[in-house]
Design a protein around this ligand. Structure first.
Ligand SMILES: [Zn+2]
Length: 237
C-alpha cells in the first residue's frame, strides 16, 4: 500500500508493518517485519541501500540479518537498542509479564504463536549493527527523533519533504496484544516503560507531520498532534 510519494507499506503476518522508501541512493527499508517478510522484499533485496530500524524488537528487525548476510546491507539500529538487536531473547524486559496478557487476550497468544513460528524458521539477530543517534545523517534523508519508552532506544523517523513520520511503536493504531484500535500505546506486555513512552508523545506532536505510519495498524492522516493526544488519552493496556 502506497502511503506517501515513493513510500510503500507492507504488512507481515497480518500483524506488523514495514516500509520501503524510494530514494536517490536506492530503496531504504524502515523496519523489517518478522523474518518471513523476506519473501516481500527478496526480489529487491540486492538493491537495498540500507535498513533503518525504529527499534530492535524481533517483529521489526525480521529480514535485516538475512539481508546483511546475503548482501552486506547496512542495518542502522538506535544506539540504545544495539544490545537488544544482538540479544537472542524473543522479547526484552517489559513492564508486565507477557504471560498475564497471553492468558487474558487471544490476540496476544496469536502474536506469540506467529512470532515463534516466523522466528523459529529463520530467526537470527543483527550481528553487525550500525548504531545511530538523533542528529546523525541517515540514508534517504531520514531524521531520527529519540522517542524512548517502548524500548530504551526507540526512534521515530521523519521524512519532512514527504510530510511523513514513521512512529514505529511509539504510537500504534492497532494493539496486536488486545486488538484495540485507534492511537494508543502498545500493551505493557511489550513496553519497556509506559511513563517514558508517554513523555515521548510530545516529541511526536512537535514534528507537525500530517501523516503518521505505525508499526501496528493503519496509517493516521489527521496529524501528529491529534495522534499524540489520542494516544495519551488511551494509554496502554
Ligand atoms: Zn516493538
Amino acid at each position: 500500500m502506497r502511503v506517501a510519494e515513493g513510500v510503500e507499506q507492507f504488512t507481515d503476518q497480518g500483524i506488523v508493518n514495514w516500509f520501503l522508501v524510494e530514494t536517490d541512493e536506492g530503496p531504504v527499508a524502515v523496519d523489517a517485519g518478522f523474518p518471513t517478510a523476506w519473501k516481500q522484499i527478496s526480489d529487491r533485496a540486492s538493491e537495498l541501500r540500507a535498513i533503518v530500524l525504529t527499534h530492535a524488537h524481533i517483529d521489526h528487525l525480521g529480514f535485516a540479518p538475512i539481508a546483511q548476510r546475503k548482501h552486506g546491507t547496512p542495518v542502522y539500529v538506535p544506539e540504545k537498542d544495539v544490545g537488544l538487536a544482538k540479544n537472542p531473547l524473543y522479547y526484552a524486559k517489559s513492564e508486565r509479564l507477557p504471560l498475564i496478557y497471553a492468558l487474558r487476550y487471544a490476540p496476544t497468544r496469536r502474536i506469540y504463536w506467529r512470532g515463534a513460528k516466523a522466528v523459529g524458521m529463520l530467526g537470527k539477530t543483527v550481528k553487525d549493527p550500525t548504531p545511530y543517534r538523533e542528529g546523525d545523517a541517515l540514508p534517504g534523508g531520514l531524521k531520527a527523533i529519540f522517542t524512548p519508552g517502548h524500548t530504551k532506544g526507540h526512534m521515530a523517523l521523519h521524512l519532512p519533504d514527504r510530510d511523513l513520520l514513521f512512529v514505529g511503536d511509539t504510537i500504534v493504531t492497532h494493539d496486536p496484544y488486545t486488538d484495540r484500535t485507534g492511537p494508543r500505546l502498545i500493551a505493557r506486555a511489550a513496553t519497556w516503560n509506559v511513563e517514558t513512552n508517554l513523555a515521548s508523545l510530545d516529541r511526536i506532536a512537535a514534528t507537525g507531520a500530517s501523516t503518521l505510519v505505525v508499526g501496528h495498524g493503519e496509517p493516521w492522516r489527521n496529524g501528529a498532534a491529534a495522534a499524540a493526544a489520542a494516544a495519551r488519552e488511551a494509554g496502554a493496556a
